[in-house]
Design a protein around this ligand. Structure first.
Ligand code: GDP
Length: 430
């Protein structure tokens, strides 16, 4: 393992999530000493396949299945203690004893956050963000209200009760008086159950910022694993159709307590086309036969729901923002094989808003709603040879190499990892 003190890599989504981060993370996780999540909660999902065994993870970083790396859930993550215990039990059942630390500063999702999430749906109409109803937005809101309960509090009964009384009464008021639903769990029940969860999680709860600092200083390699993607970032994404956390690499610092000065490699995962779960305008969305073809070839169906995802052509306005905001050092371009056989490949390079061309993601929802994709159409590459990954980048069809250099020029970032299939070996590193 590395002895370079600055060997810190981040992997983030450069679109709407589902870019193939799992596969790229898998590439690096096994060789890392620490694999760390810095935002979001159990609303994320990765499937990791190791030695023929499939692991479905929602909260614990994917490095956990390799045994050796230490998995860290940073303070910027919101932790459902019950879901975490279930995931630990799931892993133990599969023969994995998790090498895991959870930040003492991470906020805990309480049953009233989940109840509020359910009660909130239906109150947001056309501006609904499409919640997974796992309590993520309410727990982040409580953090900002200073009503939150942190993992460390579950180990301190007096402080836990004090904070729970404040958080519970606030949530109950909103759920019952504002959202006109009932909250069916008592404070006493939560207190007892979550103290018990806390005791079970006690061995994992640590000051992970200090642990990561020590790791960095002693030359350990650290991998930060992003969830979702830039357009779902609560600040830089298409607000309010976003997730409730910052998905951008900048959040690694505040979400783990590791200085941004120490992160030297930031990989943005870009899928060669678009898919989107949930509502919001989507300028390069396509419909009809072409969309069905793309969806079918790319397997763009919800992992848990099986619902067809919306699909579209690659949007470089979005990727341009991902490069800038994340400070990407490189792009991992995935699912190029899904574009096999398309004769022509439109790529969105700008938006047309009322006849004016804009090259950056607008903050204005009025503009974004009106935005029409401005396309450059590039020729396709037909079918790729079966073992194309074996022969290196230079052996790729010229039209595919042109597609890649077009992206690099438009967004000013090198594509260093090219993925042409779901399996680990179906990858070309430049
Ligand atoms: P994440 O949400 O960004 O982590 O996305 P996932 O890792 O869940 O990836 C979505 C799906 O795409 C998974 O089923 C992957 O196996 C698959 N996938 C990743 N890279 C490629 C690729 O290059 N080609 C194809 N055909 N599938 C891929």
């Amino acid at each position: 393992m590395s002895s370079n003190p600055s060997n810190i890599t981040a992997i983030v989504g450069a679109q709407w999530g589902d870019e193939g981060k799992g596969k790229i993370t898998d590439f690096f996780a096994g060789e890392s000493d620490f694999v760390v999540r810095f935002h979001g909660g159990n609303n994320a999902g990765h499937t990791v396949i190791v030695d023929g065994n499939t692991y479905k993870l929602h909260l614990i970083p994917s490095g956990v299945v390799y045994g050796e790396p230490m998995s860290i859930i940073g303070n910027g993550v919101v932790v459902d203690p019950k879901a975490l215990l279930d995931e630990i039990a799931y892993l133990k059942n599969k023969g994995v004893n998790p090498n895991l630390m959870v930040s003492d500063r991470a906020h805990a999702i309480m049953p009233y956050h989940i109840a509020m999430d359910g009660a909130l749906s239906g109150h947001q109409g056309d501006l609904a963000a499409g919640s997974t109803r796992r309590g993520i937005a309410p727990v982040y809101a409580d953090k900002m209200f200073r009503n939150g309960i942190r993992m460390i509090d579950l180990l301190e009964p007096d402080v836990f009760r004090e904070k729970l009384e404040k958080g519970y009464s606030f949530a109950k008021g909103i759920i019952e008086k504002t959202l006109c639903q009932s909250l069916d769990i008592s404070l006493e029940e939560i207190f007892n159950t979550y103290l018990n969860h806390g005791q079970k999680l006690k061995p994992y709860i640590q000051d992970t910022s200090v642990e990561l600092y020590k790791a960095h200083k002693s030359g350990k390699s650290i991998l930060f694993e992003g969830a979702q993607g830039i357009s779902l970032d609560v600040d830089h994404g298409v607000y309010p159709f976003t997730t409730s956390s910052n998905t951008a690499a900048g959040h690694i610092s505040t979400g783990t307590g590791v200085s941004f000065r120490d992160i030297n490699r930031i990989i943005g995962v870009v899928k060669a086309y678009l898919s989107r779960v949930g509502e919001s305008p989507l300028p390069s969305e396509i419909q009809g036969d072409e969309a069905d073809d793309l969806r079918e070839k790319g397997g763009e169906y919800g992992t848990t729901t099986g619902r067809p995802r919306r699909v579209g052509w690659l949007d470089l306005v979005q990727v341009r923002q991902a490069v800038r905001v994340n400070g990407l050092t490189e792009i991992a371009l995935t699912k190029l094989d899904v574009l096999n056989g398309f004769e022509k490949l439109p790529v969105c390079v700008a938006y047309d808003v009322d006849g004016e061309q804009i090259n950056e993601m607008p903050a204005s929802l009025t503009q974004y709603r009106k935005a029409k994709a401005v396309y450059e159409t590039l020729p396709g590459w037909g079918d790729l040879a079966d073992n194309v990954w074996d022969q290196g980048f230079d052996a790729l069809p010229e039209t595919l190499k042109d597609y890649i250099s077009f992206i690099e020029q438009e967004v000013a970032c090198p594509v260093k990892i090219v993925s042409v299939g779901p399996q680990r070996h179906e990858t070309i590193i430049r």
